[in-house]
Ligand binder design. Structure first.
Ligand SMILES: Nc1ncnc2c1ncn2[C@@H]1O[C@H](COP(=O)(O)OP(=O)(O)OP(=O)(O)O)[C@@H](O)[C@H]1O
Ligand SMILES: [Mg+2]
Length: 231
């Protein structure tokens, strides 16, 4: 495998059955390569298959047919336990609805992720480092409800990157933010890629953000209809 490519998806299809037993191809024979240590942005209108694709690439959902390899490991051949173990170590997630634990402080939320990932080095040091990378170290002791939406999203990003995953998957991470704060989040992603060498794949609806990707994939009707490389 080309070392500049971290994920290869080949001929991925996902067919959903609706209530009337009709089949609907949410992904139609998609083949893609995700470049390592870059920001890949998936855009496309609502219903075009962005979430379905990102969920296939992370193994959160399994394809009807096709293969997904990450670092030369075939993730769609793993059983559920193997996949969970692999995900804990190698993948991070950021969602539109931030999903921090409300009764834990920002610090404790990040610490929780490190414990889950079995992080071996000094956790306290890494939490503070991750908090400072996202610019939220002053809010460390605050609970999520004491922070703005943008600040909560930055904590969620710190939590996703703290265990040093290979890849962070972010489905509409700026969906609850205005464009200005969305740009801050995407700029932060680019900073983290440079600093930590991680790979980030995100989806967005926001035309103000789309061109910020190193690679931009455009989807329509379950297919990738355009690929733009900006670097
Ligand atoms: N569990 C499901 N069962 C049946 N159809 C589904 C299911 N999940 C998604 N779909 C359909 O698959 C298509 C792609 O959905 P997907 O969520 O990937 O779109 P999307 O591009 O992420 O849209 P949005 O921008 O609104 O988030 C849609 O037409 C959707 O209705
Ligand atoms: Mg979606």
């Amino acid at each position: 495998m080309d070392n500049n490519v971290i994920i290869t998806g080949e001929n991925i299809s996902k067919i959903y059955q609706n209530g009337k037993n009709e089949s609907f191809p949410a992904l139609d024979n998609v083949s893609i390569e995700i470049p390592r240590s870059k920001l890949t942005i998936i855009k496309g209108r609502s219903g075009s298959g962005k979430t379905t694709l990102i969920n296939m690439l992370s193994g959160l959902d399994s394809p009807t047919s096709g293969t997904i390899r990450m670092n030369d490991v075939c993730i769609n051949e793993m059983n559920i336990n193997e996949l969970e173990d692999y995900r804990r170590i190698h993948m991070g997630f950021v969602f539109q609805s931030v999903a921090l634990f409300p009764i834990m402080s920002a610090y404790e939320n990040v610490d929780f992720a490190l414990r889950l990932a079995d992080y071996k080095d000094n956790r306290d040091e890494r939490i503070k480092e991750a908090m400072s990378m996202v610019g939220i170290e002053e809010r460390m002791k605050h609970n999520p409800e004491e922070m703005s939406g943008g600040e909560q999203q930055r904590v969620a990003i710190a939590r996703a990157i703290a265990p040093k995953p290979d890849v962070v998957f972010a489905d509409e991470p700026t969906g609850a933010l205005d464009t200005e704060n969305g740009i801050k989040v995407v700029s932060l992603f680019k900073h983290l890629i440079e600093k930590e060498g991680i790979t980030i794949i995100m989806t967005t609806h926001d035309p103000g953000l789309m061109q910020m990707g190193d690679r931009v994939l455009e989807m329509n009707d379950g297919k990738i209809i355009n690929i733009i490389d900006n670097d």
